[in-house]
Design a protein around this ligand. Structure first.
Ligand code: SF4
Ligand code: SF4
Length: 432
């Protein structure tokens, strides 16, 4: 006996019905008549009859995960998957390092407190290297190591902190036969050819660089001085990275003010040749202070970028927070702040009171109770357990779960139409 999966959703696309199962993370395209037959069978609780009338369709629905065994505990399946993703991967480790909390920009929405004199001491730098050495020795099954640079603006201390660490550990990665990759979350202003040359020989392959809209808007937000914006220099530096075959994800921060001219960014990248474009993607994010629902406007622009051949990621593709959970949710990740304090989430403050551990001089992390709380935070929000997109959402991330402890919440405001928007975007991406 089969049952209709909890994780099914349907929406209209042109003259078809599109079905999506969030656990299978797969679509089916149905004629409206078939969809009606299915709905009637579900309403009348008579899937057996559907099998008799239309056995092929019935088998197709099973194959695609829309019908599951009646005894199947669908929530348990998602829990198992999530445990496997967050706790079961011994072959991978991701370390994030904040070389500084200082930044050369002052963006209005930046949640981090810039700490002018913040930089890593030599003692902390040595402890970081020891930590990495320990990971290489202790994690026998380790195959892949990813090192992320965050901050503050990590490139402010490229020569003092980043380069010495990379030069020390990269040969060790090769010696141990570990696939090493490394990337920067940066505002992109300080990138130059010499830096890229050094990055290339030390295993760096990725940059995430933010634009706050097209030139005029970006320059109002991201500037070194009021007279001097940064848009053109940053766009040139992105081109430079692409020419040097570094992957670049351009994060587009969007607010209501940004939207009008956002499409003009296309003109600054369409000139790239196809080879360079292969290394580029655009990732669209509404800034968290945006109150107005601007989804439709953003979606239109995303579609335009996609039509022009740019790999463009919006909320639908971004939302896959069970299979692709945040690094902070996983036990094979740590964020080391410039002062040796250890965190998980990189999207909140790095105040000492929020630290989840400390890095000792012998290169060991001592986690505290905040870490334990994070690692046990998932599957405690009742609305998620009955939600049709639980397998791709589950309340977002561990940080969301912690911040809503004891409060029922939905990161999509309990709005079913928002969930459909996400699924539709996934579909549009799949067919783009
Ligand atoms: S807010 Fe959530 S998704 Fe973002 S870094 Fe923190 S834990 Fe990860
Ligand atoms: S946060 Fe909302 S959309 Fe996400 S799984 Fe929970 S109830 Fe569903």
């Amino acid at each position: 006996m089969m049952k209709f999966s909890q994780f099914n959703s349907f929406f209209n696309y042109e003259d078809r019905k599109i079905g999506y199962n969030a656990f299978a993370n797969d679509f089916t395209i149905l004629d409206p008549e078939l969809y009606e037959i299915l709905q009637a069978a579900v309403r009348e609780n008579n899937l057996g009859e559907l099998n008799e009338i239309h056995p092929e369709f019935y088998s197709h629905l099973i194959e695609k995960g829309f019908l599951v065994n009646i005894d199947e505990d669908e929530i348990e399946k998602v829990k198992e998957l999530s445990r496997k993703v967050d706790f079961g991967n011994e072959t991978f480790y991701q370390l994030t390092i904040n070389p500084t909390m200082n930044c050369n920009f002052k963006c209005w929405y930046c949640y981090e407190t810039h700490i002018k004199a913040s930089k890593m001491t030599n003692t902390t730098l040595i402890s970081v290297v020891k930590l990495i050495e320990n990971i290489l020795v202790e994690r026998k099954k380790l195959e892949t190591f990813h090192l992320s640079w965050f901050g503050g603006e990590p490139l402010l201390y490229f020569d003092k902190t980043v380069k010495p660490i990379l030069e020390d550990i990269y040969p060790k990665m090769k010696e141990r036969n570990v696939n090493f990759s490394s990337g920067f979350t940066t505002n992109g202003l300080l990138i130059n050819q010499e830096m890229l040359d050094s990055c290339r020989i030390n295993g760096v392959n990725f940059f995430q660089i933010t634009l706050d809209g097209h030139r005029e808007r970006h320059n109002q937000v991201r500037y070194v001085s009021k007279e001097k914006g940064s848009y053109d220099e940053i766009v040139n530096n992105i081109h430079l990275c692409l020419k040097n075959k570094f992957k670049v994800s351009v994060r587009l921060n969007i607010s209501e003010e940004t939207i009008e001219k956002l499409h003009l960014i296309i003109d600054d990248f369409i000139i790239l040749d196809d080879e360079d474009k292969k290394y580029l993607n655009f990732s669209f994010h509404e800034v968290w202070q945006e109150q107005k629902d601007i989804n439709d406007d953003v979606q239109k622009i995303v579609n335009l970028f996609r039509e022009k051949g740019f790999n463009s990621i919006y909320k639908g593709v971004n939302l896959d927070t069970v299979r692709n959970s945040c690094y902070a949710d996983k036990n094979n990740h740590a964020t080391i702040n410039y002062n040796g304090e250890v965190y998980k989430c990189t999207a909140r403050d790095f105040e000492s009171a929020s630290k989840e551990g400390v890095l000792n001089q012998d290169g060991k992390i001592e986690w505290n109770e905040k870490y334990e709380r994070r690692m046990n935070s998932k599957f405690k929000n009742p609305p998620c357990l009955s939600c049709k997109i639980l397998p791709i959402c589950n309340g977002g991330c561990s940080q969301q779960a912690i911040e809503h402890e004891g409060i029922e919440y939905c990161i999509h405001n309990f709005d079913e139409s928002k969930k459909i928007e996400i699924i539709k975007d996934k579909f549009m991406y799949a067919i783009s």
